[in-house]
Design a protein around this ligand. Structure first.
Ligand code: ATP
Ligand code: MG
Length: 237
């Protein structure tokens, strides 16, 4: 998205900090990040950083401290709304030439208060689905949670986009999973699939996404195509 000229903000809400790692944003324990925003009310403008490799791509990092936030959030006032409030205040404070075109929130794998905060702050849910059997098992629980959030906390939320990943064209299972997902979600499933790729696995160890690490690889090209299809979808909505 940023490569196409959009100004993009990535908020890392996963204590593992994988999005921060891949974008080369320091996130050792103690670094100011989304934890401080959620728990201590630090303004998001104090912790956001522009990524060194891609101009126009910004990141609010997550440190391992965020693992504790899942419990620390419980007694706090408006515990489900803390990300939404901080994000709205941040976006409202930006000067006209500094507005973001898109905000992406990377969620943790569990469905606790951090993910609830993300669902309350967001308008759309993008679900990457690995073309494996287990992925389908987790999916129905995820969809139930999205429904609960729609009913009680954020009626605007919708699952807008599904991206099939880890696709191995040699296996029958991968095609079966892809077919089932397309049957169920129809148009929401992006036409492009992300192939299983060694370059994608290698990229994070260099503090990069596959798009800067090996731009000509099949993995990078398919992620670029996924971004293009999402922009097109955006125009059509
Ligand atoms: N080698 C690979 N080939 C193709 N796609 C991959 C590969 N490795 C990861 N992916 C995809 O890239 C995305 C990010 O991978 P990552 O390992 O961060 O997984 P994740 O689903 O975010 O897991 P976690 O729950 O640990 O955060 C996922 O959608 C995953 O399916
Ligand atoms: Mg992740």
């Amino acid at each position: 998205m940023a490569r196409a000229g959009l100004r993009v903000l990535v908020i890392d809400m996963d204590p593992q900090g994988n999005a921060s790692t891949a974008l080369s944003i320091p996130h050792l324990s103690g670094t100011a990040g989304i934890y401080d925003v959620l728990i201590d009310g630090v303004p998001m403008s104090d912790v956001v950083r522009e990524t060194p490799q891609v101009p126009g791509l910004w990141c609010v990092p997550a440190t391992i401290d965020l693992a504790g936030a899942e419990i620390e959030l419980v007694p706090l006032v408006a515990r489900e709304n803390r990300l939404r409030r901080a994000l709205t205040a941040f976006l409202d404070s930006r000067a006209p030439g500094e507005q973001f075109d898109m905000v992406l929130i990377d969620c943790p794998p569990s469905l606790g208060l951090l993910t609830v905060n993300a669902f309350v702050a967001a308008r759309e849910v993008l679900i990457p689905i690995q073309c494996e059997y287990y992925a389908l098992e987790g999916l129905s629980q995820l969809l139930k949670n999205v429904e609960l959030i729609q009913q009680h906390l954020n009626s605007d939320l919708e699952v807008s986009t599904i991206l099939l990943t880890m696709f191995d064209a040699r296996t029958r299972l991968a095609s079966d999973v892809a077919d089932q997902v397309r049957e169920h979600f129809g148009e929401k499933v992006l036409r492009v699939v992300i192939p299983r790729s060694v370059r994608i696995s290698e990229a994070p160890s260099h503090g990069e996404t596959v798009i800067t690490y090996d731009p000509a690889s099949s993995g990078a090209l398919s992620y670029m195509e996924a971004a293009a299809q999402m922009r097109q979808q955006e125009v059509l909505v």
